[in-house]
Design a protein around this ligand. Sequence first.
Ligand code: CTP
Length: 391
Amino acid sequence: MLKGRNVLIGITGGIAAYKICELIRMFKRQNANVRVVCTENALNFVTKLTLENLSKNPVSINEFDVEKFNPEHISYADEADIMIIAPATANTISKIANGICDNLLTSIVCAFKKPIIIAPAMNCNMWDNPIIQDNLNKLSKLNYKILEPESGYLACGYEGKGRLCSVDVIFEEASKILNQKQFLSGKKIVITSGGTIEDIDPVRYISNYSSGKMGLALADIANEYGADVTLITTCDTKRNYQIINVKSAIEMKNAVEKELENSDCIIMAAAVADYRAKNISEQKIKKTDDDEISITLVKNPDILKEISNKKTSQIIVGFCAESENLIENAKTKILQKGCDYLIANDISRKDIGFSSDYNEVTIIDKHGCMKKLSRASKSDIARQIFETIYG
Ligand code: CTP
């Protein structure tokens, strides 16, 4: 199943290091190529000879123990399809979360652009430490896959959460990622996300409640499926694919138009403000004795409509946020916009949509065909959207 796939396993200094011998064998049995890098401390728990015999490859510990000049952290990072760090100690987790590269393993992680699985193992009090939890949350938000430890009897004599999860779980998670269809490989996909921000004066603006989560989920899944992804967003997001930060509708339009020619698909998940202030005051607008104030708004360009008019072979997808008459309004909207697909979502519901991690949508195509996707996580919805468009 995993023939020819390159698995890089990073072992750090925890007692569970011995369990990784079995993990290596599981990958070898599926004909994967396995390379192992260790921290110095890992070798207190498992020998280099054992790991080399099982992986059938030399085991490296630091950047300088190579025979010929070859920046190993870069070549390892380039060649592997996935990296698994198991067991991951609190020390290594914290180094990775803070960009520290003081050994071969952490240097590889810093240069690694493909999926990384982290399987922590440590004493339960260390696991509960808010600093460690903050670091893990940070990594999780940056798209590292954290496989939580199990609870039980720990080697240090304590009982609690901290035991390395089973190697079966690690193997299954890695296999799932490695076997994922790379059906978007070679495609350039541009996604917009977040609510645009339209300035009124230096301290005030018009915006909306869009969290940018749906657009981010689409970008993450497209990246997982092998696409060349560009996310144009108003949100502060860090990823290892291209992110273009914009603020207003006009900035978003310029960025989208720049990408149009070289893209295969553009998905407008952003909530673009329909209007902006006609004049942005350079100075803070002062309060007056009047009880009312008027701000003149002018229409923003309709980015989706404009790119749908200009497109050649690209697939253009819009979103449709409605608080009533969802399907009826969506059917009218797809005709007005001229896009290929419209993803309709009901923003009146609290359990889906804006700010939620879940969504429930209906995909409508330009011929009026509809497909309802039941309530699921935004990642699952994103997966189903790509499977519908490219399936
Ligand atoms: N959109 C856009 N430019 C705008 C407004 C919206 O590109 N100025 C895009 C959104 O990114 C979304 C789609 O158009 O993909 C529909 O957005 P929505 O807010 O549902 O509709 P509007 O066109 O703004 O119409 P209305 O607010 O009247 O429902």
